[in-house]
Ligand binder design. Structure first.
Ligand code: PEP
Ligand code: MG
Length: 881
């Protein structure tokens, strides 16, 4: 049986996304529910993949099916492609499974040639419109299908306008346009080496191939990488009969969202232009009008449109992003899709939909992409600092959030300066898909042109990046690398600040503040917690971070890295004294100086945790990290410490290691210097006792890092217990505490059954486990990991996303062996992966009791854990335990 590669719109439905692409499936669905959709057909994603498999050629079978559907379309419309009377014109658009705004290319008005342009004139009685459409088609076809640079055409247009003294394109006469068409065809011939194709079928096939090719253009590849979209999905191609929004004042075109995509407010939000084609709205070249004014401009059209938007939103049960065109008083819907939205809008919308009974809480939870919450947790400007800020201009509040950074005008410059550690704002006249890497790297985006649905606005909202668009008061000179506002000039490298929620642009940098969890977000997160059945803790080393994490919903500390406490200014002299001591007595003397500091640290943290479990890890890094290495700094320190420079130098040299990450660190420090372990255990006990005496409940978990053999723990556990118990006894206080270990060395995973006999808990240190499992130095892997991911050797950076296949197997083995030996063994993770959604899901499926991550990622981990629970319930995944 032959494969069906081409579907008319009336043959598909919305469930067929993977075959017809998002656009094609929705065009079919809208056709089915009786909405006014210009008819056409969709070439499937399978045909695209087949094109790649078949050496970049469209197979005859596919060509035949295209011919059939085209003939059917011509018959239905009563028009013929290329005809000299009332010709059929079509648009050719890509349509991937997941929407990829601005990434793929569109060709409009296909079918125009020297003959059919006359057909269009006789059908529309509008010669100017017909030639304008023809010149637009030549330009777009040449650019999109044949990669002829756009500016070559723009130059011709500009020259004609300059010669004639015109300001606007609308002033071009029929004769001007005819001349432009001739010039455009010359450009095509020069660039392509052939005449502009007059045969409409040839135009169509070249356009289809161009869409297939554009699946693999660099912009599309970058976008897919950013959004985790697989490369092998392919794109569909939609061929749709054209309707025209540029046929006079009773025509127009626009884009509207059924709700506000920045805030989620339940009010139609959109823009349109009278007498224009769709590209004019999206490209941001003319500044459009708000959809509200359509009510007065064309009341009947407005009423019809509102009805359709209601139908579409209740049909799809989600906010829709709808493209429409009005052709001589007739409304057509060209596209609908679930609208891109900010995290704030996403939350407000699902909360509204749940409260209106449209979807249930679990559906709401599943609809929010956990990483998107990051946007809500981003800082805004400090209100006090803002009072003194100097307002420069005001544009459109295109994507909320605030950003401060140095101005750069080119995406490449942004990327370069971000690499050297600067914060940047990308400033452009308007953005285009070529700017994507600059947009990703900048703190925020500012454009002088374009509306709320311009490229900059749509892409920034999707990324959760702050953006001010259409700031017309600014004159942006990208070549001279400067912005002018009145007589003020801001040069490249100077600071500005932008507020994507108000549209304000300020001079200089402004201090930021952090955010709070409240309103709909708070309500949503309570639903998340109702569903979730794995705990989320935080990695925090001080009471301030611990409190922030509790606000974000942390249920305990999963990792308190005590070495961070050692680095503070007043303690570092005692730490260094301890390190250079060459006998136990001197070391103990130095440790005695550190004890009160550590006691206060723990006391503060235990109080902040208010009875929540608190995992404290003993000293982990190699000691040389606490000493200077440069000669001058060593000399200065020696003077401060009152010892000879040569003596200190010798100690620094002694501590030097070839492989510090595999050297004298972790529990190995405690094994060789048990007095360090003792001091820390004592400080934990004393801090806890102080808090208990003040009425706090305290649940310490004392964690030994970097265990590779059970014998290490066998040696250290008694030291810890004896120290803590003797402190408790002295104080006459009783307290439950546990002693466990990190599992972060492959050998620990392989012998986890033995280790479990001596440990009350395991916490997976997947940073070190990844380092040692792959044999990639955590500190040096940056040099090659980028290329590994780019070349597909690794799918993801394994230090960010847990490598489930390899490192995950080690975790799985340790869980099985550990729980096999001790069924109530408590299990957690405290490596960076504890806040990464796919890794959280993995941990859930392994039966871990908790994940732990940095405070700002706690809500993300909570949501990811709830989603894992729902998936398990729906049978989508199996839980191991
Ligand atoms: C780990 O190795 O995963 C871990 C949490 O410890 P650190 O990052 O401090 O080595
Ligand atoms: Mg570690």
């Amino acid at each position: 049986m032959s494969i069906k590669f081409v579907y008319s719109f009336d043959e598909g439905n919305k469930e067929m996304r993977s075959l017809l692409g998002g656009k094609g499936a929705n065009l079919a669905e809208m056709t089915n529910i009786g909405l006014p959709v210009p008819q056409g057909f969709t070439i499937t994603t399978e045909a695209c993949n087949d094109y790649y498999d078949n050496d970049h050629k469209i197979r005859q079978e596919v060509l035949d099916q295209i011919d059939d559907k085209l003939a059917k379309l011509e018959a239905e419309q009563g028009k013929k492609l290329g005809s000299d009377e009332n010709p059929l014109l079509v648009s050719v658009r890509s349509g991937a499974v997941f929407s990829m705004p601005g990434m793929m290319d569109t060709i409009l008005n296909l079918g125009l040639n020297d003959t059919s342009v006359n057909g269009l004139i006789s059908a529309t009685k509008n010669e100017r419109f017909s030639y304008d459409s023809y010149r637009r088609f030549i330009q777009m076809f040449s650019d999109v299908a044949m990669e002829v640079p756009k500016y070559k055409f723009e130059n011709v247009l500009d020259k004609v306008k300059a010669d004639k003294g015109y300001k606007f394109d609308t002033e071009l006469t029929v004769d001007d346009l005819k001349e432009i068409v001739v010039e455009f065809k010359k450009i095509y011939k020069n660039e392509v080496g052939e005449d502009f194709p007059q045969e409409p079928k040839k135009q169509l096939l070249l356009a289809i191939e161009a869409v297939f090719r554009s699946w693999n253009n660099p912009r599309a590849i970058v976008y897919r990488k950013l959004n985790d979209i697989p490369n092998n999905l392919g794109t569909a191609v939609n061929i749709q009969s054209m309707v025209f929004g540029n046929m006079g004042s009773d025509s127009g075109t626009g884009v509207a969202f059924t709700r506000n995509p920045s805030t989620g407010e339940n009010k139609l939000f959109g823009e349109y232009l009278i007498d224009a084609q769709g590209e004019d709205v999206v490209a941001g070249i003319r500044t459009p009008q708000s959809i509200d004014t359509l009510k007065t401009d064309m009341p009947e059209m407005y009423e019809q449109f509102v009805k359709i938007t209601d139908i579409l939103e209740s049909h799809y049960k989600d906010m829709q992003d709808i493209e429409f065109t009005i052709e001589k008083g007739r409304l057509f819907i060209l596209q609908t899709r679930n609208g891109k939205r900010t995290a704030k809008a996403a939350i407000n919308i699902v909360v509204d939909l749940v409260n209106a009974g449209v979807i249930d809480k679990e559906e709401a939870i599943m609809r929010i992409e956990p990483n998107q919450l990051d946007q809500l947790l981003h800082p805004t400007f400090n209100a006090e600092a803002l009072k003194d800020a100097q307002l420069l201009a005001k544009g459109l509040p295109a994507s909320p959030g605030a950003a401060t950074g140095k101005v750069y005008f080119h995406a490449d410059d942004v990327v370069d300066h971000v690499k050297s550690g600067e914060k940047t704002i990308l400033v452009r006249q308007e953005t285009s898909p070529e700017d994507i890497e600059g947009m990703v790297n900048a703190e925020g985006i500012l454009t002088a042109r374009g509306g709320m649905t311009s490229h900059a606005a749509v892409v920034a909202r999707g990324m959760g990046k702050c953006c001010v668009a259409g700031c017309g008061e600014l004159s942006v000179d990208e070549a001279a690398r400067e912005i002018r506002v009145g007589n003020r000039v801001i040069k490249e490298g100077e600071y500005i600040s932008i507020d994507g929620s108000s549209g304000c642009v300020y001079l200089g940098s402004i201090e930021m503040t952090s955010v709070e969890v409240s309103g709909s977000f708070g309500e949503f997160m309570t639903w998340v917690d109702e569903v979730r059945d794995m705990m989320v803790r935080t990695n925090a080393d001080n009471p301030r971070d611990a409190k922030k994490a509790i606000e974000f919903g942390a249920e305990g500390i999963g990792l308190c890295r005590t070495e961070h406490m050692f680095f503070e200014e007043e303690r570092i002299p005692a730490v260094r004294e301890m390190i250079i001591a060459d006998n136990v007595e001197d070391r103990i003397k130095a440790l005695d100086k550190l004890l009160p500091f550590q006691r206060e640290d723990f006391h503060g943290i235990f109080k902040a945790m208010e009875g929540r479990p608190c995992n404290v890890r003993l000293l982990d890094p190699p000691l040389h990290e606490f000493l200077p290495h440069e000669d001058s700094a060593i000399e200065e320190l020696a003077n401060q410490m009152g010892i000879r420079t040569s003596e200190l130098k010798k100690r620094v040299l002694d501590l030097d290691e070839f492989n510090p990450m595999l050297g004298h660190r972790g529990c190995r420090l405690a094994v060789t210097y048990p007095e360090i372990c003792e001091m820390q255990a004592r400080a934990i006990a004393q801090g806890a006792i102080l808090a208990i005496k003040e009425g706090y409940e305290v649940v310490p978990e004392i964690m030994v890092p970097l265990i590779g053999t059970v014998n290490e723990l066998k040696m250290l556990r008694p030291i810890i217990e004896e120290t803590v118990n003797s402190e408790l006894e002295k104080a006459g206080v009783s307290m439950n505490y546990t002693v466990g270990t990190m599992i972060e060395i492959p050998r620990a995973c392989l012998t986890a059954d033995e280790i479990a006999e001596v440990a009350d808990f395991f916490s997976f240190g997947t940073n070190d486990l990844t380092q040692m499992g792959f044999g990639y130095s955590r500190d040096d892997a940056g040099k090659f990991l980028g290329e590994y991911v780019e070349n597909g050797i690794l799918e993801k950076d394994p230090f960010q996303v847990l490598d489930q296949k390899g490192i995950g197997k080690l975790v799985e083995m340790a869980v099985k062996l550990g729980r096999g030996a001790k069924s109530d063994l408590k299990l957690g993770i405290c490596g960076e992966h504890g806040g990464e959604p796919s890794s959280v899901e993995f941990c859930y499926n392994q039966g871990l009791n908790y994940v732990s991550c940095s405070p700002f990622r706690v809500p993300i981990a909570r949501l990811a854990a709830a989603q894992a629970t729902i998936k398990k319930r729906s049978g989508a995944i199996e839980r191991d335990k």
